[in-house]
Design a protein around this ligand. Structure first.
Ligand SMILES: Nc1ncnc2c1ncn2[C@@H]1O[C@H](COP(=O)(O)OP(=O)(O)OP(=O)(O)O)[C@@H](O)[C@H]1O
Ligand SMILES: [Mg+2]
Length: 319
């Protein structure tokens, strides 16, 4: 369980708090997407989950925090490292050594884990992040997406309960971003790892999230709810969601795939309505013409119509 209870945190030298009277509860095993405008406090919230705020940044902290049974303010980042893995936008910022395998072992060496355990865990995380083929590579030769997967693998090696990622795909092309997100979804679904991830491009991540945490601005209460419920009230959304909101599509489509099937449903029901109203008009005009026919033809048609049990007598009371 992650619980922040009425936290107010102000960076040093800042006139106003970045998190003001801020509360949230996230259940174990959830995949939560954190969104909001620049400066709303997304990174600050993420930094509070392992104690970087206030320990690394300084400043003033009030309120209670509990992350999987530990208080990050009391434990500090070092005391949270085996519980919370933090990954940043720029993976370069967290690499310490040159090659992939050494990087994966680095954090474990700091925890003085036995060699056999370290070897086993390196194999596990290489496999989990689908980077076994990169094990002997120099990190400087990797692509952005590969670097980000190595960065995630290196924090996974400590077997955290919670993975916190601050815009991990914002520097990646869509293909590399999708690979990272799919790997995260597997960790979340298969291993039950709790994932809290911030991202500006809602449409990129929303399909993987159980809930969306919207931070409107410092001091304004945040909203944590189902993706569709939050998407319905965000001021700025991707064009597809905007279109769905304007046309009042239900359920509100969040992805291109959902948008496509919504538009298909709507066009099918529209063409059904058009054909229903056309056939109604045709039958009305046919009735009128029949109603205007001479006696013999009219009575023949009346008999046929009644025999077909088409409901009601054409031509009204005429005849
Ligand atoms: N290291 C810092 N020192 C002082 N103030 C900071 C620091 N980091 C963030 N702030 C301030 O705290 C507030 C929240 O910033 P934060 O970085 O958490 O926002 P954000 O939602 O992550 O924004 P972005 O989308 O641009 O990453 C802002 O007013 C910001 O200027
Ligand atoms: Mg940020």
């Amino acid at each position: 369980m992650i619980r922040l209870d009425r936290v107010t945190y102000t960076y040093p030298g800042q006139p106003a708090p970045a998190l003001a009277d801020f509360s949230v509860t996230i259940a174990p095993g959830e995949f939560v997407l954190v969104v909001g405008p620049s400066g709303a406090g997304k990174s600050t919230f993420l930094r509070s989950l392992n104690g970087l705020a206030p320990h690394f940044y300084g400043g003033r902290w009030a309120g209670r925090a509990e992350v999987f049974g530990r208080d990050p303010v009391a434990a500090a980042p070092r005391g949270m490292a085996d519980l919370v893995g933090l990954v940043f936008q720029d993976p370069e910022a967290q690499f310490v050594v040159d090659t992939v395998e050494d990087e994966l072992a680095f954090a474990m060496e700091n925890f003085a884990l036995p060699q056999a355990t370290m070897r086993k865990r390196v194999e596990e995380v290489l496999d989990q992040m689908n980077i076994a083929h990169l094990r002997n590579r120099r990190i400087s030769t990797l692509s952005g997406g590969e670097k980000q997967r190595v960065a995630i693998a290196s924090v996974l090696a400590l077997q955290p309960e919670l993975l916190v990622l601050d815009e991990p795909t914002s520097q990646l092309d869509p293909q590399a971003a999708e690979e990272v997100l799919i790997a995260l979804r597997h960790l979340n679904e298969d291993l039950g790892l709790t994932v809290v991830l911030s991202e500006h491009r809602l449409e990129r991540v929303v399909q993987y999230a159980d809930r969306v945490f919207y931070l409107p601005a410092p001091g304004v209460p945040p909203v944590l709810d189902a993706p569709r419920a939050v998407a319905a009230q965000l001021p700025l959304v991707p064009p597809l969601i905007e279109l769905g909101r304007r046309l009042d599509w239900r359920p509100l489509p969040l992805t291109i795939k959902e948008g496509r099937s919504a538009s298909q449903r709507i066009s099918e029901s529209a063409s059904q309505r058009i054909s229903e109203s056309a056939s109604q008009r045709i039958s009305e005009s046919a009735s009128q013409r029949i109603g205007g026919c001479g006696g013999g033809a009219r009575s023949t048609l009346r008999v046929r119509w009644a025999a077909g049990a088409a409901g009601g007598e054409p031509g009204g009371a005429a005849g």
